[in-house]
Design a protein around this ligand. Structure first.
Ligand code: FES
Ligand code: FES
Length: 164
């Protein structure tokens, strides 16, 4: 079976890029191996753990299940692109630290991106989510360390701040 190369044009963390990719190449491998952005973590590689989460056009997706070729014409943000100019880390990351929502950190990059995406959506659509809504928005993420309460506390706090 042939696996032809396709040219894609996309934005990665604010920078335009053009690359040739195989149709079988998953976005996580493209990001980590070709773009050398190692903050996107490989966990289950089956769409179950959320460690590989990145933003595509603002939506949090599992990059282990997302063909790299589908990013053509799209805007991709990884954890390396999340920080705000002039600040070492993004407010969502600071809020996670403030709540003790980071331990080993393996799940944290994906969770930070999901919280950011959900916060942006709440702001755009004027949604005031309940704690249960916030918890549901993070259902696709597994964390072996925190017990989730601190992560949900951080997400609720961040989303309350950004969605006013
Ligand atoms: S590595 Fe992608 S969901 Fe687990
Ligand atoms: S902080 Fe260790 S897996 Fe979540």
């Amino acid at each position: 079976m042939t696996d032809n190369l396709t040219q894609i044009s996309f934005t990665i963390n604010g920078k335009k890029s053009v690359k040739w990719v195989k149709s079988s190449l998953m976005l996580i491998d493209f990001i980590r191996d070709e773009l050398k952005l190692k903050g996107t973590k490989p966990g289950c590689l089956e769409g179950e753990c959320g460690a590989c989460t990145v933003l595509v056009n603002g939506d949090a997706i599992n990059s282990c299940l997302y063909p790299a070729v589908k990013t053509d014409g799209k805007d991709v943000v990884t954890i390396e692109g999340l920080s705000v100019p002039g600040q070492p880390i993004h407010p969502v990351q600071q809020t996670m630290l403030d709540h003790g929502a980071v331990q080993c950190g393996f799940c944290s990059c994906g969770i930070a991106l999901s919280i950011k995406s959900y916060g942006d959506r709440c702001k755009k659509e004027g949604i005031k989510p309940s704690r249960q809504d916030v918890k549901k928005s993070l259902e696709g993420h597994l964390c072996r360390c925190t017990g989730y309460i601190k992560i949900i506390d951080a997400a609720v706090d961040y989303i309350e701040k950004v969605s006013v």
